[in-house]
Design a protein around this ligand. Structure first.
Ligand code: CTP
Ligand code: MG
Length: 387
């Protein structure tokens, strides 16, 4: 695989397990860490990686509604149903790619919520010259052999490595190995190939730990608390009415006898949210990024502005916590359009609807909004940024 040549790299996220060791009412991959499911967190870095063409999640038939509830906000992912053990689930997942002619596949555990982008980069770089690339960690503690919890001898820890996921493979090799070794129950995919292939390694990450026991859920919460800070931002915008038919709010067209006047599509709600997000990121304001003097932004959909601000947030490794929007106008009446506006925002932010709120109010006839001269909006956003 060369960097210049676009090759087909697919990702498979394993989430068909029942998480018996963690216990609880729902499988561990659907448990929340700082408001977002472990599985959604595990999927996102793969979904956002520019060199990965498609992501398929393997889930249990019993969990379809949990999956829709916790990962429905992620666009461009597909899912299939898994099998009785991890190995069968992986084989079914690999098989689902067979007609798409994949060259490489990354197989990741849906129970590893913190996947650093540089680990994916290193694996993909490794696959330029290798057929199998496995992220590993050295062992720091002294290693002992034990029988019934009694130490019998010391072992040379330098001979051992801890393996993590995602594990990267040439598709044909891992598919072949899965077909040849059906029925064996091994704990990772590298184990299927270790006899027949040389397995290259790259540095994994301590952040990439798997949620295996109840304690790991606490560790994940601590990870977020100690690695991220919360930042609030506020945005305000106003546009006046002029000739035209209808207004655009949060990307939704609302019928009205007038339009909002502006350089772009004058979506006053998206402008306020964009400014709020830029505020939380300390990135100035919308006018600095998209000067109204530049013809490039003439009549453009304001979604472009918000998406650019979201891009800045993602470049910093940030994630949206919530958005709260207030639209101020006498007319048009916004209420009936709120669900579609909310859905649009959830889609743009790729976040569950629970993180988006829209309010609308009049000013009781007072001031410019009260005289129906235009529409104004206030927005607050909260983001989580790496410290
Ligand atoms: N997995 C899977 N299909 C299975 C079993 C496991 O896709 N039949 C997935 C899990 O959902 C998890 C990953 O493989 O994301 C790693 O497995 P593990 O940590 O063992 O998860 P569980 O099998 O769900 O947990 P446990 O072993 O405690 O029951
Ligand atoms: Mg298991």
């Amino acid at each position: 695989m060369t960097s210049e040549k676009q090759v087909n790299v697919f990702a498979l996220v394993m989430a068909a397990g029942s998480g018996t060791r963690v216990g609880g009412e729902i499988p561990k991959q659907y448990r929340l860490v700082a408001g977002e499911s472990i599985l959604s967190r595990a999927i996102k870095p793969l979904l956002e990686h520019p060199k990965i063409s498609a992501v398929t999640v393997v889930i249990s038939e019993l969990d379809e509604s949990l999956f829709r509830q916790h990962c429905g906000h992620l666009k461009n992912i597909s899912f299939i149903f898994g099998g009785k053990d991890r190995q069968e689930s992986v084989r079914l997942g690999l098989d689902s790619f067979s007609r798409l002619n994949p060259e490489f596949v990354l197989i990741h555990d849906g129970a590893r919520p913190f996947l650093p982008k540089n680990v994916i980069d290193d694996i993909l770089f490794g696959l330029e010259t290798e057929d199998c690339v496995i992220p590993v960690l050295r062992i720091n503690d002294s290693l002992k052999e034990a029988v019934a919890d009694r130490i019998t001898r010391s072992i040379d820890r330098n001979q051992y490595l801890r393996t993590q996921t995602p594990q990267g493979f040439r598709y044909s090799k891992i598919m072949e190995a899965h077909l040849a070794k059906r029925g064996l129950s091994l704990s990772d995919d590298a184990a299927l190939l270790e006899e027949s292939q040389s397995l290259a390694t790259v540095n994994g990450s301590e952040d990439l730990f798997k949620i295996t026991y109840e304690n790991d859920l606490k560790k994940a919460a601590r990870f977020i608390a100690s690695n991220f800070e919360y930042r609030a931002g506020h945005g305000f915008d106003v546009h006046k009415f002029g000739l035209g038919k209808g207004v655009i709010l949060c990307g939704v067209h609302l019928p009205h006898e007038l339009s909002l006047i502006g350089h772009s599509d004058a979506d006053v709600a998206l402008h306020a949210i964009t400014d709020a997000l830029l505020g939380a990121l300390a990135e100035g304001d919308i006018g600095e990024h998209f000067p109204p003097t530049e013809s490039e932004w003439k009549d453009v959909s304001s979604r472009v502005f918000l998406q650019k601000a979201i891009g800045l947030m993602e470049e910093k490794g940030g994630e949206i916590v919530n958005v709260d929007l207030t639209i101020i106008c006498e007319l048009p009446k916004v209420g009936a359009f709120k669900p579609r506006m909310r859905q649009n925002l959830a889609d743009i932010f790729q976040t569950p609807m629970k993180n988006i709120n829209i309010k609308a109010t009049t000013t009781e006839g007072l001031g410019a909004m009260g005289r129906k001269e235009g529409i104004s909006s206030h927005a607050s956003v909260m983001v989580r940024l790496p410290v």
